[in-house]
Write a protein that binds this ligand. Sequence first.
Ligand code: AMP
Length: 145
Amino acid sequence: MPYEHILVAVDLTEECDPVIKRALGLAGDVSKLSLVHIVEPMAMAFGGDVPMDLSQLQQQQFDQAKERLDRLITKYPTLKKEHSHLTYGQPRQEIHHLAKEQNCDLIVVGSHGRHGLALLLGSTANDVLHSAPCDVLAVRLLKNT
Ligand code: AMP
């Protein structure tokens, strides 16, 4: 049975190409494909309390992400603007929320296959896998990053 609705999570780096291509291959002409990028609040990255106003920087970050997402949609015409999502928040939480809301049956993410100490730095792929509301495919990315 093919998947009905595939959600591709992209970090908007050049590494999202293999992730998107894998999802496109799986979707074929059958599955609906949605795209998501989460902009993490800057205060979150700095660990909460930051004694300065980050709102302008945050807006720039959001605008930049929107431009990159639009470029991806132009590059891969199968991806549709109306099926692309850009939100603020914590990636795992937002990806799970969207997958549930949109009735996705597969989430596709990239994975660096980190091990040892690097694992302590965390990985979005691992994070997304935990309590995922549907199947998750981790596309192996090359190790030069
Ligand atoms: P990382 O754990 O940061 O190496 O990211 C691994 C994969 O998680 C990426 O290839 C994306 O599929 C996904 N990912 C990471 N960050 C984000 C983000 N901010 N929004 C959506 N997906 C993300």
